[in-house]
Design a protein around this ligand. Sequence first.
Ligand code: FAD
Length: 502
Amino acid sequence: MQAPIKKVVILGGGTAGWMSAAMIKKLIGSAVEIELVESEQIGTVGVGEATIPPIKLFNNVLGIDEAEFLRETKATIKLAIKFENWKTKGHSYYHTFGAAGRSLAFCQFHHLLKRANQLDDDQNLWQYDLNYLCAEAGKFSNINSKDPLYEIPHAYHFDAGLYAKFLRKFSEKIGVKRTEGIVEHVQQCNETGYIQALQLKDGTHISGDLFIDCSGFKGILIQEKLATGYEDWSHWLQCDRAISVPSERFEKTLPYTRSIAHSAGWQWQIPLQHRNGNGLVYSSHYYTDEHAQGLLLSNLQSKALAEPKIFRFTTGRRRKQWHKNVIAIGLSSGFLEPLESTSIHLIQSAIIRLVHLFPHHGINDTLVNEYNQQSTREFEQIRDFLILHYHVNKRDDSLFWHDMRNMDIPDRLAGKIEIFSESGRLFREQNDLFLDSSWLQVMLGQGIVPKDYHPIANSVPEKALQEMLIKVKTAKNAPIESLPSHDEFLQAIIQASNKVST
Ligand SMILES: Cc1cc2nc3c(=O)[nH]c(=O)nc-3n(C[C@H](O)[C@H](O)[C@H](O)COP(=O)(O)OP(=O)(O)OC[C@H]3O[C@@H](n4cnc5c(N)ncnc54)[C@H](O)[C@@H]3O)c2cc1C
C-alpha cells in the first residue's frame, strides 16, 4: 500500500504521452495534478497514421469537434483496409469497419449467405457491406442514420505528430503542466523500488506519486529502470523492421488504407490531406535493408518527399505493463506491427483501463494484477488476429509465405480457424477488440471457405431467404449514388470549420 496519488508524471510527449495527459486530466484531473516531461531534442517516433473506429469515442469524450480535428491533423476518412496479394498474388479483399448484410436473431448473416450458396472467398459477402461499396466508389458522408443498414462506421488516417500537437494545446488549456528537458537520472526508493523523481539534464527535479512511461521503444522507466522484461513473439510475427517514407498526395483521396503484400512483408499506403504515408514492414531474415528500401521506393506511386526512415522492433509486450508505481503506455508497453492499425488504439484502451482502475487511495496488488491481466489478454487477442493474416495464405511464390503457412500458431487461434473451416462458426472472446465481422472478412479473404453453415439458417424458407438477400443488397446499394465523394466531404467539412475558426 502506498500513499494516495496526488501527482502523476508522464515521461514522453509523443502520441501516447499527450493522449494520456489529455484524457486523465479531463476525466480525473480535479483529483490529481499532471506534469508531462518531453524533449524536443529527442523527438518522437514520427510515424503512425491509420486508426480504428474507437478513436472517435476518445475524441468525443474529450469534446473534440470532428471538423476541427480533421483540419488540424490533416486527416482523411478510413472505411477499411484493402489487403492486396495476401491470399495469392493478384487477389484482394477488404477488411471493412462495417458488417455485411443483416443478421437474424441467433443467426449471423454469413450462414444465410452460405445456405444460399453465395458465400465464397471472392466478392459476394462484400456486396452486402455499405463500407465496402463506399470504399470502392470513393464516397463518404458522416450523417448518422437511425437505420443500422445505412451506418458507415469509420476511423481516420491522420498525422500522429499533428494529433499529439493538437492534444498538447488541449491539455495545456485544461491545466496539464509541460516541462521541456531531457531526463538524465531516475530516482528510486531503495526500500520499495518505487520511482520517486525524474532528474533533468539542467538539474530540475520532478517528483510524483505515479509515473506513466510514454518514453517510446526504450521504456526508460519500465525497462531501463525497473527491468520488467519482455515477452518476445517474433517466432509468430516475424517481421522486425519497417521503412517509412512520405510521398506526394494523389488527386483523388482514397477512403481506405492499402496493405500490399510482397514476397517477404507488406507495404502500407495511407492517404492524408497533404501527402501519402508509405512504408514497408519486412523480416530481416528474408530481406536486407537495402533490398527493402529499393522495393519500397520502386513501388511508390508518387514522388517521395523525404529520405526513408528505418525502424527496428521486436514484436511482443512488456511482461508487466504496470509495475510498482510505473505504467507503460504506447511503444514502451510493447509493439505489434501496424497491419491492423492497433497501436494508437492500444494507447487509448490502456488510458481508459488506467482511469477505471486508478489508484486514488494508493497502489495495491489487486489493481495492478487486474490491469496487467486485462492488457495481456488484449495484446494476445490482437496478436492472434495478426497471425491469422500471415498464416492462412495460398501464396506459392516465396519461402516467406511458405514458412508463414507452416509455422505453429497459438492453440486458441488454431481452434478458431478449425471451427470456422468446418461450420462457419465464429467465437468472439470476451472483450476481443475485433468483432465477428472482422474475423469473418479476414478468414474468407485469406481463403478459408467454410464447409457448412449453422442449421439455424434452415429456419428461413428458401423463397423468403432469396427475397431477403435481394432486399438487403438493394438497400445497401441505394445510398451510394447520392453520397458525396470522399474529397467533396473533406472539402466541405474543412471549409465550414475554417469559417467557424475565423
Ligand atoms: C513503422 C511504424 C508504423 C506505425 N504505424 C501506425 C499506424 O498506422 N497506426 C497506429 O495506430 N500506430 C502506428 N504505429 C505506432 C505509433 O507510431 C505509436 O504507437 C505512437 O506514435 C506512440 O508513440 P509513443 O508516444 O509511445 O512514442 P514516441 O513517439 O517515441 O514518443 C516518445 C517520447 O518520449 C520522449 N523521450 C524519450 N526519451 C526521453 C528523455 N530521456 N527525456 C525526455 N523525454 C524523452 C520523446 O521526446 C518523445 O516525446 C507505428 C509505429 C511504427 C514504428
